[in-house]
Design a protein around this ligand. Structure first.
Ligand SMILES: [Zn+2]
Length: 546
């Protein structure tokens, strides 16, 4: 499909280009940060990465073409992230450019003063053996494979980039690999061209900008199967094929694990907004994560495909296509907008499809894992650690999921899902911060939610509620005293209380606002059983104290 007349092979003979000699100025520099604190001088619009894979040498020869727009002030020097590979030459708008390479990247001279709004095309010829980010390693059956695994900032080990989620861009991958391999990537398959030397050039391209951490390729002996499609009827204005790409031995197991993927895509598509990409490929790979939500090409660990007992991981990664991928956290500190959302919306799929008990069980597990984690003394939003892998903690996943669940409780289902749809529609294919989510929910719920976002995102901990009660038989009143006993400041939240007695079972919701609340509850008779938070709607602990 989408085969085109072979373009001239010479265009892709990347190796030949390596001979191209620009003026090479090798020197070492102190690293210049491209973190969130760095001023944003440039905005990458698109990457075109041509990769010649040499599996035996475990190396690559490549040409990157980066189209960028100047954002701020006059720019005479452009800095890009690139680690561990050798830059051979650089051009700017077709003219050889001066550059200097150092440990974490390279700087090139634009050769002129580029002003805000100007577009530059930078071409980089480079080669080497990636230490990280792109892995040449055998699959479980001993065959060589090549898989990228970029999160959080490992793309810089195999292509030059502004390697930060705030700078999204389109990407094209042109991959030269052995003909017996299949090459899978993000976006749409544009062409496959076979050459007489036994290699095939596969081209994938995205129409939509992606975060750099999801710009991946995978290559190896893979079997492709169609799983289903979204909207592919005659005359449909869009058609999203859903396929699996797995090792031949694992095909049947993968079909079982991915069985409901088309249903998940259709579910989120109707609940949140249109599926954001051209297709969805589910790929067995060497990712170090169980699953990695690469935009339109989700990578799953080899062992997960062989052994996963449930498809929760599939729902999680599919939900990421909307949250994390299409709406990307503009800063690492707001990673919960990706992981908390994927965790929560996986449970929402089970709630609507398998029933409330399945969702309750997932939420209870998330709560237990959060309470048992070492993360409770820190807020969700804090300065990102130097080691970004430490962001993969219970605050962003489990507490983040619970924040969404409690937000839904506070504003109600209708405003919650309308707010989520508004947030997605406003920020799809861009980036967002937590305040953007707050604004969308405030508009749909017509209420001020600053207090909610502040206490759950910017403050550590959770409520530890102690409930003291006494029964006044003469008045028929149950007196309750609710004390927030946690070491952190009091939280504000609705709390359900259930009372059961002779011939009745009643439930009441108390808005807890302060560290100590007193409630008088008139009941038909002495309760035999009182349960606090009977449906587990509060992230926290409750204890009856007699
Ligand atoms: Zn995730």
């Amino acid at each position: 499909m989408w085969r085109r007349v072979p373009e001239t092979a010479a265009l892709y003979l990347l190796l030949a280009a390596l001979a191209a000699s620009g003026p090479v100025l090798q020197s070492r520099h102190d690293s210049v940060s491209t973190g969130p604190e760095a001023p944003r001088l440039i905005d990458v619009l698109g990457y075109r990465i041509e990769l010649g894979l040499e599996p035996e040498a475990r190396s690559l020869s490549a040409r990157a073409e980066i189209t960028l727009r100047v954002v701020e002030a006059d720019v005479a020097t452009v800095r890009l992230d690139l680690v561990g590979l050798t830059v051979d030459s650089v051009t700017v708008d077709g003219a050889a450019a001066q550059f200097s390479q150092h440990e974490t990247g390279f700087e090139l001279q634009t050769g002129r003063s580029a002003s805000p709004g100007d577009t530059l095309v930078i071409e980089v010829f480079y080669h080497g053996t990636p230490r990280e980010g792109l892995y040449f390693q055998p699959d479980a059956y001993g065959r060589p494979t090549v898989f990228a695994d970029n999160w959080p900032d490992r793309a810089r080990h195999w292509f030059p980039a502004v390697d930060h989620p705030r700078d999204k861009a389109t990407v094209e991958f042109h991959v030269l690999a052995p003909q017996e391999w299949k090459v899978v990537s993000v976006g749409r398959l544009k062409s496959e061209t076979e050459f007489a030397d036994g290699r095939r050039l596969t081209v994938w391209a995205t129409e939509r900008p992606l975060p750099v951490y999801t710009m991946v390729v995978g290559a190896g002996v893979l079997v492709v199967r169609e799983l289903g499609a979204l909207g592919c009827t005659p005359h449909a204005d869009r058609c999203v094929p859903i396929t699996q790409w797995v090792f031949p031995e694992d095909e049947e197991r993968a079909l079982r694990l991915f069985r409901r993927a088309p249903q998940m895509v259709a579910f989120y598509d109707s609940l949140i907004g249109p599926f954001p990409y051209e297709k969805l490929a589910l790929v067995q790979s060497s990712t170090r994560f169980g699953g990695m939500e690469n935009s339109s090409a989700i990578f799953f660990a080899e062992g997960v495909v062989r052994r996963a007992a449930s498809d929760v991981i599939v729902a999680h990664e599919v939900a990421h296509q909307w949250f994390g991928d299409a709406v990307t956290e503009a800063d690492w500190a707001h990673l919960w907008l990706s992981e908390g959302f994927a965790t929560y919306f996986a449970s929402v799929f089970y709630e609507f499809v398998d029933g409330i008990a399945a969702a309750d069980a997932l939420r209870a597990t998330a709560e237990q894992r959060y309470l048992a984690s070492g993360d409770v003394a820190r807020p969700i939003i804090e300065l990102p650690p130097d080691d970004l892998f430490r962001l993969l903690n219970s605050n962003h996943y489990h507490k983040g999921a619970w924040v969404l669940h409690m937000l839904r409780r506070v504003v109600g289902d209708e405003a919650f899902f309308a707010g989520i749809r508004r947030y997605f529609a406003t920020h799809a294919h861009g980036t967002a911060l937590s305040a953007d989510l707050r604004r969308a929910l405030e508009e749909e719920s017509e209420s001020e939610l600053g207090w909610f976002f502040e206490q759950w995102l910017e403050r550590p901990g959770y409520p530890q509620v102690e409930v003291r009660m006494s029964w006044d038989g003469e008045a028929g009143v149950l007196a309750l005293e609710l004390v927030q006993a946690q070491p952190w400041r009091p939280f504000r939240f609705p709390l359900d209380i259930e009372a059961k007695g002779e011939g009745y079972r009643l439930q009441k919701t108390v808005w807890v606002e302060r560290g100590k609340e007193s409630v008088a509850w008139e009941l038909p008779g002495e309760p035999v059983r009182v349960v606090v938070d009977p449906d587990n709607q509060l992230l926290g602990t409750t204890k009856l104290v007699r």
